[in-house]
Write a protein that binds this ligand. Structure first.
Ligand code: HEM
Length: 280
C-alpha cells in the first residue's frame, strides 16, 4: 500500500490512471476537439453562450436527423415498432433541444447588440443540418441549397436529401402498402418539391382517428404529431427569443426578421395530421 497522498488508498477500486496514448474517453468522445471549436468573434463575454448554444443545437439537429432517417428506413421495411422507437427517441431529443433555448431566451437588445455586429451576415438560416431536418419533414426546397454552393460536402449531402423520400413520404408509402387509400399522385410526387397537403391523405388520418384508438395508424399518427408539435415549439421559442433580442429589426441573414420567422412558424408540420382533426 502506498503512502503517497496523490495515490488513492484503495487502488483496486480507483479508476485507471495510466494510458499509453490519449485516454479511451478522448478517443471516443473527442472532447479535446469539441471543446476547442469555440472561437468568439467579439470581446463580449456573453457571446460564448450564444456560440455554444448554437453548436449544441447543431448537434441535436444531427442526432434528430439520424433518428428520422432511421425511422424512415424502418418504415421502408414495414418495421413499425422500429420506426416508433426512433420517433420516440427523437421526441426526447427534441425536448432537450428546446430546453437549450433557456440561456438565449432572456437577452435584452443591448446584450445581443454587444456581439451582433460581429456576426456579419452569419445566420441560422444558413444551417445545413436544419435544412436536412426540414427536408425529412417534407419541407423540401431546392433554393435552400444555394447558400451551400461553396461547400461541396455539405452541398452533396443536402442535394442527396432533397431527392430522397422524406420521413413523411415513407409514412404515406407505408400506409398505402397497408391498404390505406393514398392516391398515386401523392405516392409518385416530385420528391424534390415541398409536400402539399392533400384531401385524400387528410381523409386517411381522419378515418383512422375516428376508429380504434390503439390501431397502428393512430399510434404512428400520434408519434408524428408529437414530433410536429415539438418542432413547432422550437420555431416558436426561436421566434420569441428573437423578438426579445432584436424587436422588428432585419435579420443578419437579410430577412425581415421576426415578420419572416412568424410566417415560417405558422406552417404546420405534417399538415394533414392537424386538419384531419376537424373531421373526427
Ligand atoms: C437570440 C438569438 C437569435 C436570434 C436573435 C436569431 C434571429 C434569427 C433571424 C432574424 C432569422 C431569420 C433569418 C435572418 O434574416 O437572419 C433566423 C433564422 C434562423 N435561425 Fe436564428 N436567431 C437566434 C438564435 C438561433 C440559434 C441558437 C439557432 C440554432 C441553430 C438558430 C437557428 C436558426 C435557423 C435554423 C433559422 C432559419 C429558420 C427557417 O429557415 O425557417 N437561431 N434567426
Amino acid at each position: 500500500m502506498s503512502h503517497d497522498s496523490d495515490v488513492p488508498e484503495d487502488a483496486a477500486q480507483a479508476p485507471a490512471l495510466d494510458f499509453a496514448g490519449t485516454t479511451p474517453y478522448e478517443d471516443y468522445v473527442q472532447a479535446d476537439v469539441l471543446t476547442h471549436l469555440q472561437h468568439p468573434l467579439s470581446d463580449d463575454p456573453g457571446e460564448m453562450v450564444f456560440l455554444v448554444t448554437t453548436q449544441v443545437m447543431e448537434l441535436w439537429f444531427t442526432v434528430i436527423v439520424h433518428e428520422w432517417e432511421s425511422a424512415a428506413a424502418s418504415l421502408r421495411q414495414d418495421d413499425l415498432p422500429g420506426a416508433l422507437a426512433a420517433l420516440k427517441r427523437s421526441t426526447y431529443e427534441l425536448q432537450s433541444l428546446n430546453a437549450s433555448w433557456e440561456p438565449l431566451a432572456h437577452l435584452t437588445p443591448a446584450q445581443f447588440n454587444s456581439y451582433r455586429s460581429a456576426l456579419g451576415e452569419g445566420s441560422g438560416f444558413q444551417s445545413a443540418m436544419y435544412r436536412r431536418l426540414e427536408f425529412l419533414l417534407g419541407e423540401k426546397s431546392a433554393s435552400m441549397l444555394v447558400p451551400h454552393r461553396g461547400a461541396p460536402r455539405v452541398y452533396g449531402e443536402l442535394e442527396k436529401a432533397l431527392h430522397e423520400p422524406s420521413l413523411y413520404d415513407e409514412v404515406l408509402r407505408f400506409l398505402a402498402r397497408r391498404g390505406e387509400d393514398v392516391p398515386d399522385e401523392v405516392l409518385e410526387r416530385d420528391l424534390a418539391a415541398r409536400h402539399e397537403p392533400h384531401p385524400a391523405v387528410e381523409a386517411v388520418w381522419a378515418r383512422a382517428y375516428a376508429g380504434d384508438q390503439g390501431s397502428d395508424v393512430v399510434r404512428l399518427g400520434e408519434a408524428l404529431t408529437e414530433v410536429a408539435e415539438l418542432v413547432w415549439r422550437w420555431r416558436n421559442d426561436h421566434l420569441v427569443a428573437t423578438r426579445r433580442a432584436m424587436g422588428s429589426k432585419t435579420g443578419t441573414g437579410g430577412s425581415a426578421g421576426v415578420a419572416w420567422l412568424e410566417k415560417r412558424a405558422a406552417k404546420n408540420v405534417f399538415p394533414e395530421l392537424w386538419t384531419a382533426r376537424s373531421h373526427v
